[in-house]
Design a protein around this ligand. Structure first.
Ligand code: KIV
Length: 290
């Protein structure tokens, strides 16, 4: 897949021009797991803006507009303060910036838990106003009825089990799940319930590895791990975490870059040059036409 860019002379901004191609679809993602195995693991990253989507699109199968944008973009303490309007604004931007990946938008806390009907109203707004292909919601057995309600009405659902950040207050923190027999059994039951209800894939977050492996082997739908196991059918990370934008990251994050240092260095050099009046230089300054 490739994307070309042309300059919009009205705004001086580069806009991507898609080459003729077809976006991946939810059925194609689901069918990457056949007979219990995924030959080519699914690649998923979070994206919250059009420009990030443009850069990630060619490398990913799925772009997730995660409600982690609450902390990453808005500096909120948890995902609980994220609203439907925020998710819709960022979801639409990511759809505009991508041509290849399936875009999945998180349903924020409070927008779906009350009833399947409430979930349908929120999910249909997300789908209609962003153009995304699917929604993601947190919860297993407790959300099975809702997942079935949405799936049967044309809304593909990615489920999310294990460590579910919207339940941080009930869970008592962000520690790995599944260390007790009871938790182990619950996570397995949750995974089976969301598959039974019609979810097309399931994120397994922050669980001890044997559970992630057992669930991946037990389910026909793809599992996407984060803090789970390399044996899941795919992986997801928060892009800003893997780019090294934050000093503190969870143990399961691998930093592929140190973008915080790159940005700080560039801003420091800019500040020095402004103070020394060496920026703007000749190349960045307009002169009268001779
Ligand atoms: O909100 C998010 O970014 C997520 C991923 C961490 C799976 O749900």
């Amino acid at each position: 897949m490739s994307t070309t860019f042309k300059l919009d002379t009205a705004t001086s901004r580069a806009h991507p021009t898609p080459q003729p191609m077809r976006r991946l679809t939810v059925p194609k993602i689901q069918s990457r797991k056949a007979d219990g195995a995924t030959k080519e693991p699914l690649v998923m990253l979070t994206a919250y803006t059009a420009r990030t989507a443009q850069l990630l699109d060619e490398h990913c199968d799925i772009l997730l507009v995660g409600d982690s944008l609450g902390q990453v973009i808005y500096g909120l303490p948890t995902t609980l303060q994220v609203t439907l309007d925020m998710m819709i604004a960022h979801g639409a931007a990511v759809v505009r910036g991508s041509y290849h990946s399936v875009v999945v938008v998180d349903m924020p806390f409070g927008s779906y838990e009350a009833s399947p009907q409430q979930a349908f109203e929120s999910a249909s707004r997300i789908m209609a106003e962003t153009g995304c292909a699917a929604v993601k919601l947190e919860g297993g057995q407790a959300m099975a009825e809702t997942i079935a309600f949405l799936s049967q009405r044309g809304i593909p659902v990615m489920a999310h089990v294990g460590l579910t950040p919207q339940a941080v207050n009930a869970l008592g923190g962000y520690g790995a799940r599944g260390r007790s027999q009871e938790e182990h059994a619950k996570i397995m039951a949750d995974g089976n319930a969301v598959q039974e209800a019609g979810a097309f894939a399931v994120v397994i977050e922050g669980v001890i590895e044997p559970i992630a492996i057992a669930l991946t082997q037990a389910l026909e739908i793809p599992t996407i791990g984060i803090g789970a196991s390399a044996q899941c059918d795919g992986q997801v990370l928060v892009t800003e975490d893997m780019l090294g934008m934050f000093e503190r990251v969870p143990r399961f994050v691998k930093r592929y870059e140190d973008m915080a240092s790159v940005i700080s260095k560039a801003a420091g050099t800019y500040a020095e040059e402004v103070r020394a009046r060496t920026f703007p230089g000749e190349d960045q300054t307009y002169q009268p036409k001779s």
